[in-house]
Design a protein around this ligand. Sequence first.
Ligand SMILES: C[S@@+](CC[C@H](N)C(=O)[O-])C[C@H]1O[C@@H](n2cnc3c(N)ncnc32)[C@H](O)[C@@H]1O
Length: 234
Amino acid sequence: MSKGQQVQRMFDAIAGRYDLMNRVMTLGQDQKWRRFVVQRAGDPGGGRVLDLATGTGDIAALIKQSHPDALVIGSDFSRNMLKEARRRFPGAAISWQACDANHLPFADNVFEAVTFGYLLRNVEDSLAVLREVHRVLRPGGRAVCLDTTPPAKNLLYPLVRCYFRFGIPLLGRCIASDEAAYSYLTGSTMDFFTAQALAGLFRQAGFVDVGFRKFMLGTIGIHWGCKAVTQACP
Ligand SMILES: C[S@@+](CC[C@H](N)C(=O)[O-])C[C@H]1O[C@@H](n2cnc3c(N)ncnc32)[C@H](O)[C@@H]1O
């Protein structure tokens, strides 16, 4: 089974408990980071915005709330996560679509912004996905990525490592009844790019004006970049 198929199955299995687990695991901080993502994505006016790996739909819903005129698409390859998104935001005028981030079913240059929360850690080839995101953005459009980041080896490292190694899998067992899914979260975070390296990957994919900010003792990173136009991005 490919990594994509394993990830898809895992999210299909935990969809019902995903939100509760997120709130507990992040000590209620997760929505604050999503709001920062929406802020960094800028004002799309009445244009199109894609929230890739939308999961249960929080980022897509925040975009729609902040920019009611925007045409928002929330896409994910886990049908159960999308089912939760539809259930949670029944009145929101968001188009929920099943698709794989590796092969986006959209034309070139069509989105004002593309956001993605906790996607890149889960894909086989992050650079290929970033190139795909770059392809569908219009020139001047923005990509904003939220993900976990390997903790820096500083004084707090033993504490943070302990939380990742034991605390998160234990919460996964108690809340989501799936310790393996949350051990995977720990492993995939430790193996993921550092924030600096991920910024480099954004540049390699063609993005300009790349930046990032870290949260939660440096374990969460929000990266952004623009698709170049002839003049600097606004
Ligand atoms: C940790 S959840 C994040 C959900 C949401 N973005 C959030 O902020 O909570 C990761 C999501 O990425 C989706 N995903 C992982 N790989 C994907 C891929 N190749 N294509 C589309 N969705 C993918 C999973 O199905 C899952 O819903």
